[in-house]
Design a protein around this ligand. Structure first.
Ligand code: GAR
Length: 207
């Protein structure tokens, strides 16, 4: 069984999707063993506690710079013996220390079709606002491996939906979460824990 550590900062609906998939027996070969939050008041922590999952809070504001913060998170992940690290609405870009330690074992869910609407500054509702401003007709979500470059690691799964004329950033965010993120994140985690994701350069193959 692989130990899955989930990094969160907010509401934790993606964490909930992982917990629900685990309850249904859909995370094969892995178990959520720890949830780490960058914010003490993240509702994601309640979701973990309600399901008996150990939690840690490592507040971003307690650290002067990203280097010392990354070190604290990395040390916690090593202590927790994480085999897979999942960024599920984790809003801090960690530096290379964590990527070196967990290369090819760390994934992120992003609320758009990478390589569009991603990178520094594209998070949460900002992504959906940018999608609406651009006039694209399709959007969706991406699960990808985390590398040093923000949102640029090998893509594992993507799912697309149509943008409607009357969408607001909030309505689009809701549909992208419900129809894309909450489906593809548990799927990618399960594939990883079964050893079914092969990384070839900056691409992946599901085997
Ligand atoms: C999700 O939509 C996630 O994709 C996004 O933040 C939301 C967190 O929701 N992440 C990013 O924008 C990262 N670039 P949640 O806390 O309810 O899972």
């Amino acid at each position: 069984m692989m130990n899955i550590a989930v990094l969160v900062s907010g509401g934790g609906t993606n964490l909930q999707a992982l917990i629900d998939a685990q309850s249904r027996g859909e995370i094969q070969g892995g178990k959520i063993t720890c949830v780490i939050s960058s914010k003490p008041d993240a509702y994601a922590l309640e979701r973990a506690k309600n399901n008996g999952i150990p939690t840690r809070v490592i507040p971003r504001k307690d650290y002067d710079d990203i280097h010392s913060y990354t070190k604290a998170v990395r040390d916690a992940l090593v202590e927790e013996r994480a085999d897979l690290v999942v960024y599920a609405g984790f809003m801090t870009i960690l530096d290379s220390q964590v990527v070196e330690e967990f290369e090819g074992r760390m994934m992120n869910v992003h609320p758009a079709l990478i390589p569009s609407f991603c990178g520094k500054g594209f998070y949460g509702l900002r992504v959906h606002r940018a999608v609406l401003d651009s006039g694209v007709k399709l959007t969706g979500a991406t699960v990808h491996f985390v590398t040093e470059d923000c949102d640029a690691g090998p893509i594992i799964i993507q799912k697309a939906i149509e943008v409607n004329n009357d969408d607001t950033p909030e309505s689009l965010q809701k549909r992208v979460m419900e129809q894309c993120e909450w489906k593809i994140l548990p799927k990618a985690v399960s594939l990883f824990c079964q050893g079914r994701i092969k990384i070839i350069g900056n691409k992946t193959e599901i085997i």
